[in-house]
Design a protein. Structure first.
Length: 155
C-alpha cells in the first residue's frame, strides 16, 4: 500500500530582510510542523541550490537550518534546530533524500526539552522534483506569496 510523503513551506516576510519560514511535512503516518526565522537571502540561496542541484556530489548535502542560536565565545552557533532541511543523494540511481527536522515549541524562552514536540524523517524523491521544489521556493520568495510544496507517493 502506498504512503504519502510531502513537505510544504510558507514564508511570512518581515520588514528587516528576515522572516519566518513555516514547514509542514508528512511521511506515512508521521507528520510535524515547525518554524524558524531566516534571512531572505539565505532562503533564496537555498532555493537556487536546489534548482541547480544536479548532480549533488556523493558525501555532500544542501542544508538549511534555523532555530535557537547561542553566543559561543566570538561567534554564534545553532544550539537547537526548529526547522531543518538536508538534501543529499542516495546511491547512484538518481534518488535524492530530504531529511526533515521540525520542532514545535510553545514557549521558546523557557521550553523544557521534555515538553517539545519534534518530528524527524526522510522523504525520498528525485532530482526533477527537487528542481521543481527549488523553483517554487524561489517564486515564493520573490513574489512574497504562495507556498513551495513537494509531494510524493511511495510504493
Amino acid at each position: 500500500m502506498p504512503f504519502s510523503q510531502n513537505l510544504q513551506l510558507r514564508y511570512e516576510h518581515d520588514s528587516d530582510g528576515c522572516g519566518e519560514l513555516f514547514a509542514e511535512a508528512q511521511c506515512g503516518a508521521f507528520s510535524g510542523a515547525g518554524s524558524a526565522w531566516f534571512k531572505q537571502a539565505e532562503l533564496l540561496a537555498f532555493g537556487e541550490s536546489l534548482y541547480r542541484s544536479f548532480p549533488i556530489p556523493a558525501g555532500t548535502e544542501i542544508r538549511l537550518e534555523g532555530g535557537e542560536w547561542k553566543h559561543d565565545g566570538d561567534h554564534y552557533r545553532l544550539a537547537d534546530v526548529w526547522l531543518g532541511l538536508r538534501v543529499y543523494p542516495l546511491g547512484l540511481t538518481g534518488t535524492v533524500a530530504i531529511r526533515v527536522e521540525l520542532a514545535d515549541i510553545d514557549s521558546r524562552e523557557q521550553a523544557r526539552e521534555d515538553s517539545q514536540s519534534r518530528a524527524r524523517f526522510e522523504i525520498c524523491t528525485g532530482y526533477e522534483e527537487i528542481r521543481r521544489f527549488g523553483g517554487e521556493l524561489l517564486q515564493m520568495m520573490r513574489t512574497s506569496t504562495g507556498t513551495a510544496a513537494l509531494y510524493r507517493d511511495a510504493p
